[in-house]
Ligand binder design. Structure first.
Ligand SMILES: [Fe+2]
Length: 171
């Protein structure tokens, strides 16, 4: 397993409470990271149909173990890139509500990563011939996928709002 620091810049949230720093969005970089993330899309496109039905998941269990391990590593990279290039600390943020949303969304990365890390660990420990274990695992993955999709949609909205905000400032 590759090692990445997730949420390593968490101290920023504390700084912002003191008013010394706020979180801003590097909208163009954050959008580039999302546009370039083909490997993540390919992995999710492989996993989603396999986990749609319990029997399909059971039949492909060894493959799923590998896919979940790959997804964990891919998401570690994804979140690390977003945190390294997609957000930045800014003492002056023209739209404070965007800063609050940015902090909230960035703070979701460690929770989302913990979910996929646990799923990858659980996949290798599950007996695929126990239907109830497979069903519970699929439910947990569905919950992760919903949370991740919601997070991604919110980040895309934040990117658009940031672009709008830049245009307003330029006017
Ligand atoms: Fe994110």
């Amino acid at each position: 397993m590759k090692q990445f620091e997730i949420g390593s810049q968490g101290s920023t949230a504390n700084q912002s409470k003191t008013g010394t720093s706020r979180l801003a969005v590097n909208a163009a970089f954050l959008k580039d990271i999302k546009d370039d993330n083909q490997d993540l899309k390919i992995l999710l496109d492989k996993i989603t149909p396999i986990t749609r039905h319990r029997q399909t998941a059971t039949n492909h269990w060894p493959e799923l173990i590998t896919l979940f391990s790959d997804l964990r590593d891919q998401l570690a990279l994804h979140f690390s890139l977003e945190e390294a290039y997609g957000y930045f600390d800014d003492a002056v943020v023209s739209a404070p509500q965007l800063s609050v949303t940015a902090e909230l969304l960035r703070s979701e990365h460690p929770q989302l990563f913990a979910m996929i890390r646990d799923l990858a660990d659980q996949a290798s420990g599950i007996c695929s011939d126990r239907p109830e274990e497979v069903s519970r695992f699929i439910q947990r993955f569905d919950a992760f996928r919903c949370a991740f999709e919601k997070h991604e949609e919110s980040e895309l909205k934040l990117i658009l709002d940031s672009f709008d905000d830049d245009l307003d400032v330029a006017d």
